[in-house]
Design a protein around this ligand. Sequence first.
Ligand code: IPM
Ligand code: MN
Length: 358
Amino acid sequence: MSVPNRKRLNIAVIGGDGTGPEVVAEGVKVLRAVTHLEGITFSWKEFDYGGERYLKTGEVLPPGALDELAAYDAILLGAIGHPDVAPGILERGLLLAMRFHFDQYINLRPVKLFPGVETPLKDKGPDDIDFVVVRENTEDLYAGVGGFLKKGTPDEVASQTAVYTRKGTERCIRWAFEYTRKRNRRKRLTLVAKTNVLTYGHDLWWRTFQEVAREYPDVETDYNHVDACCMWMIKNPEYYDVIVTTNMFGDIITDLAGILQGGMGVAAGGNINPEPGGVSMFEPMGGSAPKYTGKHVINPIATISAAAMLLEHTGFPEAGARVMKAIQVVTGTKMKSQAAGKMGYSTQEVGDLVVDAL
Ligand code: IPM
Ligand code: MN
């Protein structure tokens, strides 16, 4: 008897650089365990893309690599970044290449303080720090539009152009409204931008936001300039429910937000193509932390949360919720800290604890 398609999950796993493979191994361990418990047939294939391979072969992604990845239900990525590779090569050649090729136009970054996790904010707890940033993921300064004039001369000119399209803006904003409605917490969506300075691009965002808002009368809307958002996020994080923002600002504010939820050992993100058949990619937000490579001290919780998001967005929300619950048991009752080397357990032991808590 054949297993119905919806009970099958086949993913591509890219460990990447530094400690990426170590954390991804724990993500896969938890996925194996939870899919077994939920009666889902799970398979995965590992790909060795990253700095080491680039240094050996001179190419970041071999020809046909993106087409091959397209055959999987989703991608789990560890980290990229290699001390011997110049900045931009792996970022543009691998991470941004996947985001753009698969049109993963939503970068979803939940900011949730788990029980037992320390936040640098005084007098704030898990009830106060529980919001989500919806970051546009294919446009803005990341589009790669720009160039040099008279490079290397005293008259050099460099330009880097932020690109915003109506289509790209609207699909992101509409998705954020839908998400806010479904999340059903405070039902408040805050647009974060800089309309007082970016009077073209962010005017397009502002107008689009107002127009789409009319279709969602049940969702309260608000607007923050990005600089003010950085203040409010520290002072009153409980105000936020869902934030929708542009690619570059989303990059910056989610590092700030990541620290509020316990740091890069905990923060995870999804690069989502929400269209039918879209291939999404899930990753811990932290980098490759080369100095910790092979020491088994890095925190896999962010990657395990990314795995939970992967389940949720590939049609297995119960399995995803089960992983999220297990994570909170482990942070709340077992781990001493979320910082690398201070967890009270090794990377593998934290993975085992999550499996036990499933
Ligand atoms: C992130 C990272 C990437 C980004 C880098 C590595 C290109 O900082 O996912 O937030 O800027 O989007
Ligand atoms: Mn970033």
